[in-house]
Design a protein around this ligand. Structure first.
Ligand SMILES: NC(=O)c1ccc[n+]([C@@H]2O[C@H](COP(=O)([O-])OP(=O)(O)OC[C@H]3O[C@@H](n4cnc5c(N)ncnc54)[C@H](O)[C@@H]3O)[C@@H](O)[C@H]2O)c1
Ligand SMILES: [Zn+2]
Length: 439
């Protein structure tokens, strides 16, 4: 038994930023910047953000002036949050062990983690100065040991977002650019006359930003597909319907394309949540985003029991999943697909977004089926190495390699094995001219 108390009016593919349309627009901007570099960057910045400064990169003097304008409490709060993010990232880094093992006598195999040399961080800011994204992208890259971390954020309605720049600077950005959208992503990825390209890009953004990263993937690395925010709440009859309503709206305000879904075992809770939302929305200062988001992408679904709730929730693979039930930790065992889990009423998605220390750059549009969110490990390449120190082991592997490669019809590969089998063992080389076979 499952039924909807409220359905989404539109599917996400049918929003104002419908996907095929976004794909085409983004491809055109990428091609233009590829062909014309800085001149094209400047034109797109003027067109989309009415922003054409002398230089997009902030100088040291400009950064100092901006830092001086940011209120002390804001700086103190940025520092507190950055400590939380850094602390958790460092613990996660510790969990990534480098290994070297002897798999056969004299055969040594290992893996190690090497940070990328240069990373680009996109810090969104079209609608809101999302300074918390600076901690998530820049600081985490630095915690991973990335030597060069550059960062872009757009101006907001022609203004410098002071607090965002402060967060970028305090997070340790080596270069800060006031540049937004596709033009920022492409500049960092491909480089221009004034920006050195990076090896990988990270950070959330709107549909255009996420699509630009997707199209550039391959040429450079990306963290993941982190587009418009989503929230899904699983609630039983122990949940407070007012808290559920407030939490759903907290994420609907990200933008008109942000889905907010409630799955509940209690029909009466579902009805109360809808009433609270209807009462809260008209007075919400950010209703321009939250109202269409809830109307077009808001859902309330009633299910028979919690097992069904978890199963249904898994099919959404939502970016954020909040569990407001009597036994919230149960979801750790029962759920598979989510970007981040928020267990119990003591925390909420907004804590994850802004203060608590887990990373808020998370998979959207179903990407949680195959990846988790941004974390320190995403900036590291796990690479392998090998060494064989025992001649007998090398000879044995050479014999197996010769046979294995010939099954695949790779004569050249087989010979690399043969040579070692001959040199370190007793095999001969029927394919080699005698004079050269054994130096
Ligand atoms: N998945 C995550 O982890 C996560 C986390 C935080 C925020 N977000 C999402 O980040 C997004 C932030 O979006 P935003 O718009 O406020 O800021 P943004 O910085 O992502 O995008 C602003 C830029 O979009 C470009 N743009 C605007 N309209 C355009 C058009 N028609 N064509 C081409 N480019 C255009 C402009 O250049 C502008 O600088 C939200 O959707 C939010 O939900 C996601
Ligand atoms: Zn949020």
């Amino acid at each position: 038994m499952t039924f909807a108390l409220k359905r989404a009016e539109q599917t996400s593919a049918a929003t104002t930023t419908s996907l095929p349309d976004v794909q085409e627009k983004v491809a055109a901007i990428i091609a233009d910047i590829r062909a014309r570099g800085d001149e094209a960057v400047r034109e797109h910045s003027a067109r989309f953000d009415k922003w054409e400064p002398e230089a997009f990169r902030l100088s040291r003097a400009q950064i100092s002036e901006i830092m001086a304008r940011v209120p002390e409490q804001v700086i103190a709060d940025i520092e507190f949050v950055q400590e939380q993010v850094r602390g958790f990232a460092e613990k996660q880094l510790e969990s990534m062990r480098e290994i070297e093992v002897e798999t056969l006598p004299g055969v040594h195999l290992g893996h190690k983690h090497i940070p990328v040399a240069a990373a680009g961080a996109y810090v969104p800011g079209g609608r809101y100065p999302l300074l918390a994204s600076a901690h998530m992208t820049i600081l985490t890259a630095k915690a991973a040991g990335v030597p060069r971390v550059i960062a872009c954020t757009p101006p907001i309605r022609g203004e410098v977002p002071d607090a965002t720049v402060a967060a970028m600077h305090l997070a340790g950005a080596d270069e800060i650019y006031l540049l937004g959208g596709v033009q920022a992503v492409v500049s960092m990825a491909l480089g221009t006359e004034t920006i050195e390209p990076v090896d990988m890009l990270a950070g959330p953004g709107n549909a255009f930003v996420a699509e630009a990263k997707r199209q550039l993937y391959g040429e450079i690395g990306i963290d993941l597909f982190a587009g418009p925010t989503e929230v899904l709440v699983v609630a039983d009859d122990s949940a407070d319907p007012f808290v559920v309503a407030v939490d759903l709206l907290s994420q609907a305000e990200h933008g008109p394309d942000s889905p907010a879904v409630l799955i509940t075992t209690s029909e009466s809770l579902g009805r109360e949540v809808i009433e609270h939302i209807d009462a809260l929305l008209p007075e919400m200062p950010t209703r321009d985003n939250a109202e269409p988001a809830w109307r077009d992408h808001g859902e309330v679904r009633v299910v028979a029991d919690l097992d069904e709730a978890y199963r249904l929730a898994d099919t959404y693979a939502s970016e954020h999943v909040q569990i407001l039930t009597e036994q919230p930790r149960e979801a750790l065992e029962k759920m598979r697909n989510y970007g981040a889990l928020f267990l119990g009423e003591g925390t909420c998605v907004s804590y994850g977004d802004k203060v608590i220390g887990t990373n808020h750059v998370l998979p959207t549009r179903g990407a949680a089926r195959y990846t988790g969110g941004l974390w320190v490990g995403k900036y590291l390449k796990t690479v392998t190495y090998q060494e064989v120190t025992d001649p007998a082991a090398s000879a044995h592997l050479g014999e197996v390699c010769g046979r294995a490669a010939r099954v695949e019809l790779f004569e050249g590969h087989a010979r690399s094995g043969d040579v070692r089998a001959a040199k370190h063992g007793t095999a001969d080389l029927p394919w080699a001219p005698n004079a050269l076979a054994r130096p």
